[in-house]
Design a protein around this ligand. Sequence first.
Ligand SMILES: C[S@@+](CC[C@H](N)C(=O)[O-])C[C@H]1O[C@@H](n2cnc3c(N)ncnc32)[C@H](O)[C@@H]1O
Length: 306
Amino acid sequence: MEPIIQESETHDRSGTHERSGTHGLPLVDSEAAEPVATRRSAGVAESSRANRGWWDGNADEYQQEHGTFLGDDRFVWGPEGLDEVEAGLLGPVEDLQDRRVLEIGAGAAQCSRWLAAQGARPVALDLSHRQLQHALRIDDLLNRDHTVGLVQADAGGLPFADGSFDLACSAYGALPFVADAELVLREVRRVLRPGGRFVFSVSHPIRWAFPDEPGPEGLSISASYFDRVPYVEQDEQGRAVYVEHHRTIGDWVRDVVAGGFRLVDLVEPEWPAWNTQEWGGWSPLRGGLIPGTAIFVCERQETATG
Ligand SMILES: C[S@@+](CC[C@H](N)C(=O)[O-])C[C@H]1O[C@@H](n2cnc3c(N)ncnc32)[C@H](O)[C@@H]1O
């Protein structure tokens, strides 16, 4: 049988491409077949198609490189290592019992597995078939009885009835990659019950102004924080093979509100002393100076018309 973990290209979590150095500069690469990084517009369909292909092609390496840090059944919000056990952003752990939870962009469903262990009833949704195969692999490894439902779908079109979930969450899943974040937020609102909570983490917007380097070279501003032009890697034909979208903090707040949510909190985890691990451009050095992750804690806003 073919092993699940194979050698593949080296990319990193949520758009930090190790070879690109910065979000704005073209890759210098001698192999013509390598994608070229640029900044250009990319719509909903192009972003979705590109990212599905990218995550299918890179899931093996992603899980191999980051699986230990993520843990098979931990709920980690980002490279700082903030754990839901200490953060409690979804509410008190004891309240998770029997809750229907939707995890968006779940990858190998590590967070959902933790939620299931707390007595919740999670569904892990992801665009990438290969990422979900890793979810099955980890379940088998742990001898778990597939307590997490797995669904392959785009976050922009959730295949669930209105009000199907009590809670929704996403740790760097989907939202950094979609062209229309408001559309996803509206979808999440639709499938939540009235008053339901949605907590999601993304790269902190300030990171876009700095080169994607963990060392001192990553500490000087190299691009405008206000430049919303997407980061795109494209092949020789100009087809996008990876897309990441930048939004400022203000853009996120507006998307959250326009999506029908009330912003309850915006958490910027500080880099803890115990975490000596680098993850692409996220590092103890940078993490001690600027935030790397933004976590939006939102609640479904009720209107007179529902
Ligand atoms: C950085 S990973 C995060 C996964 C997991 N939370 C983790 O920390 O490893 C991003 C995930 O979002 C998924 N994704 C990207 N775009 C998506 C979309 N439009 N809809 C659903 N999932 C998407 C990718 O397939 C990938 O598994």
